[in-house]
Design a protein. Structure first.
Length: 154
């Protein structure tokens, strides 16, 4: 099984957006995928930001049931691959949980680059669309690498 955990700050914009976009991409595949999200500073139980939901609905992806949660050791152990949105998040998770450090990557590393995914929180709908476009580009160009890193290791 493939398993991917997306992590951002509050778990209401970037990580649920990436979760929804990747899940839509793999939902009908023969090989099973587990795709979830969490936040480094999430307030548990919050819905995704309204503009996050709007942008995803434009692609017929509904994450209305999403509720934010904080990343935990137990959650990290449940996933083969953890993709964070910012360098600081990568450093924090690798430092706090060194035993899973080799499974934590900045999302942009999936396409051989090193940049943070901009947080659109508080911005206009267009900022959310821009973030979704960046996430889509990484999912498209980096899908093979994501598939390799997220697969169960025999």
């Amino acid at each position: 099984m493939h398993s991917v955990l997306f992590v951002c700050t509050a778990n209401i914009c970037r990580s649920p957006m990436a979760m929804g976009l990747l899940y839509a991409r793999v939902a009908n595949r023969a090989d099973p995928w587990k795709v979830e999200s969490a936040g480094t500073w999430a307030i548990p139980g919050q819905p995704a930001a309204s503009n996050t939901r709007k942008v995803l609905l434009e692609s017929k992806i509904d994450i209305a049931e999403h509720r934010s949660r904080t990343v935990t050791r137990e959650l990290l152990y449940d996933f083969n691959l953890t993709l964070v949105m910012e360098q600081g998040q990568k450093e924090a998770l690798r430092s706090e949980f060194p035993e899973i450090a080799s499974r934590v990557y900045r999302f942009s590393e999936m396409i051989g680059e090193n940049f943070d995914i901009e947080d659109p929180i508080g911005g206009p709908l267009e900022a959310y669309r821009n973030t979704a476009q960046v996430i889509e580009r990484i999912l498209t160009e980096g899908f093979e690498k994501i598939g390799q890193l997220s697969a169960d290791q025999a």
